[in-house]
Write a protein that binds this ligand. Structure first.
Ligand SMILES: Nc1ncnc2c1ncn2[C@@H]1O[C@H](COP(=O)(O)OP(=O)(O)OP(=O)(O)O)[C@@H](O)[C@H]1O
Length: 268
């Protein structure tokens, strides 16, 4: 068991620049072992924040990227057929509950309804995970904590968490970092010079202003970091911006032209 915990330990301090008082608030939530929901657009620093908190608290971290094909068994575990019989294999949620890890379920809303049901008894006073097929009830390790991420932009009436699920968590609202902070994150992550980092942030702001006017979501901090990485690899900044900031996010010719124009003006 100890070995497993070591395997999931965050050994190097992740670079994380706080946006506000989220570090202290998370510590308070963790100390009370409250389940946490982090909300915000894609690529704005949610996962990085949780990695940083796991490091700071010295707890193992198990991350699961949820998708629409994911079933409860993928989280909880299943029997495997082997030459000489069957063997139970814990899923990531069961492992986290046993070893006392922080379990981060990224985009839980993507997963099938039956997966949200299994987290219910884990996220109230019971802190239990039933392994129905195995006939075992795991009492979560005292250090275990469940964290889910949630992108409000993607939710529709058809696909949303039920109130009975939502109301088991305390929440953090994340957004793209403020301009100065975002420029400093980009410069620190990639080594790009400050002037180019500031220009990239301006491109980000221009694209974010188009959200709801042709773009479903603005350019993420992650994509700005990609553009800076390309610039650091000596790609011409205009090409870097087109590759990282325009092509992935839209195929709409008008929006592409608007973004290209903004990039030309900002990097002129
Ligand atoms: N506050 C921050 N400190 C340091 N790096 C940051 C911060 N915010 C964003 N980043 C950068 O943005 C990138 C994307 O962040 P992250 O992977 O945490 O996004 P996310 O919000 O979890 O996205 P998704 O919802 O798609 O999983 C990171 O790899 C990092 O480079």
């Amino acid at each position: 068991m100890t070995n497993l915990a070591e395997q999931y330990r965050v050994t190097q301090e992740p670079f994380y620049q706080p946006q506000a008082n989220e570090v202290a608030l998370y510590e308070a939530a963790y100390n009370a072992r409250l389940p946490v929901m982090v909300k915000g657009p894609t690529g704005c620093g949610k996962s990085r924040f949780i990695e940083y908190m796991a490091f700071k608290l010295g707890k193992p971290l198990i991350t699961v990227a949820c998708n629409e094909d994911m079933t409860a068994s993928d989280l909880v575990g299943r029997y495997l057929l082997e030459a000489n019989g069957t063997r139970w294999l814990d899923g990531p949620l069961a492992t986290a509950a046993r070893i006392g890890a922080i379990c981060y379920l990224d985009e839980i809303v993507e997963a099938r309804q039956d997966t949200t049901v299994v987290i219910h008894p884990l996220t109230d006073h019971r802190r239990q995970l039933p392994l129905d097929k195995k006939g075992e009830l795991i009492q979560a390790h005292p250090d275990f904590q469940l964290v889910i991420s949630y992108n409000p932009g993607y939710q529709s009436l058809m696909k949303d968490l039920k109130q009975s699920t939502k109301q088991r968590f305390v929440g953090f609202d994340f957004d793209y970092p403020a301009a100065d902070l975002e420029a400093s994150i980009i410069a620190t992550e990639t080594g790009v010079n400050k002037a180019d980092a500031v220009r990239l942030v301006k491109v980000g702001a221009a694209a974010r202003a188009l959200k709801g006017h042709g773009l479903d979501e603005g350019i993420s901090t992650r994509l700005l970091v990609y553009a800076a990485t390309l610039i650091q690899a000596e790609v011409n900044p205009l090409d870097a911006c087109r590759m990282a900031l325009v092509r992935p996010i839209t195929d709409d010719a008008d929006i592409r032209a608007t973004l290209d124009h903004a990039i030309d003006a900002i990097f002129a």
